[in-house]
Design a binder for this molecule. Structure first.
Ligand SMILES: NC(=O)c1ccc[n+]([C@@H]2O[C@H](COP(=O)([O-])OP(=O)(O)OC[C@H]3O[C@@H](n4cnc5c(N)ncnc54)[C@H](OP(=O)(O)O)[C@@H]3O)[C@@H](O)[C@H]2O)c1
Length: 256
């Protein structure tokens, strides 16, 4: 598995082990018991895939979007090619809902990576997920709130999905075998970005004014047209509110 150290990977590894899979985790960094591999250079990929029945490919330039060409597009090509040489029978790739509708550079690279995979001989399945709560809670909103105010476009709806639900879906795809289909997978609720922001402020106890503003540009417009959501079934079951409760409710001391 690539991307095993990431937010999604940390949910997928234990889920697949629960199903009895022997998971070989890869990372660019040396970690005891893991295989060191980098999709951007190809180093370690042959060792990573040798003897594997399937590859779950989660690695992505999520922290440096400008590297997405090397990591996501060329990296997917390198990994697929190594997996084909090793006789791997299924490659599951995680992608993002709406990448074909939202003109955002990183999304264009994810779409190109899907196309790379679809043109390869290796049998594949692609799961496009919506945004994870951690992305909003740990990256977007802390960054946005540095301005002192939060801006929410009331027309943009999101459908956050918990990585544990995505992990369940990946387990189902692996068990079913290569579908050669692109499947959308979202969370259980569609909410406006304003609702997401206000729930986060309540849960974290932060105080910021929230401004409703119709954001200009093609990317927000595509988002207002629903590109971040899907009507496809099944969906995940864990909500944004449940995530916030789990993350921010203080653990009571049972001794007290
Ligand atoms: N976050 C979301 O809301 C969201 C929504 C839908 C789909 N997705 C997709 O889900 C996948 C995982 O996202 P995430 O949020 O879990 O990401 P993340 O926490 O930022 O982790 C990124 C992972 O990619 C690996 N990686 C980065 N560059 C690499 C390279 N050159 N070679 C090998 N591995 C590399 C990292 O491994 P090391 O640092 O250990 O090498 C890390 O495990 C991505 O494909 C993303 O597009 C994410």
């Amino acid at each position: 598995m690539t991307g095993a150290s990431g937010v999604l990977g940390r949910a997928v590894v234990p889920r697949l082990e629960e199903d009895g899979h022997e998971v070989r985790r890869t990372s660019r960094r040396p970690r005891a018991g893991w295989v060191r591999a980098d999709v951007a250079t190809g180093k370690g990929l042959a060792e990573a895939v040798a003897g594997m029945d399937a590859v779950v490919h989660l690695a992505s330039a999520t922290r440096q979007y400008r590297k997405a060409g090397e990591v996501d597009v060329a990296g997917t090509r390198r990994l697929a090619s190594a997996a084909e040489r090793a006789g791997v029978r299924h490659l599951v790739y995680i992608s993002i809902v709406g990448i074909d509708r939202i003109p955002f550079g990183y999304y264009r690279h994810k779409l190109a990576a899907e196309k790379v995979l679809q043109a390869r001989p290796i049998p594949w399945s692609i799961l496009r997920a919506t945004q994870f709560p951690q992305l909003v809670d740990e990256r977007f909103l802390p960054l946005a709130s540095r301005l002192g105010v939060l801006v929410a476009d009331p027309g943009i709806a999101v459908q956050l999905v918990d990585p544990r639900d995505v992990a369940d879906r990946i387990a189902v795809l692996l068990a079913a075998g290569p579908s050669r289909q692109v499947e959308n997978f979202g969370g259980p609720e569609v909410e406006t970005s304003e609702e997401i922001v206000r729930a986060w402020l309540r849960a974290t106890g932060k105080r910021r004014p929230v401004f409703s503003l119709r954001l200009p540009g093609k990317t927000p417009r595509a988002m207002r047209e629903g590109a971040l959501t899907t009507t496809d079934q099944p969906t995940g079951t864990r909500t944004w509110r449940a995530y916030l409760a789990e993350r921010y409710t203080p653990v009571r001391d049972s001794q007290a």
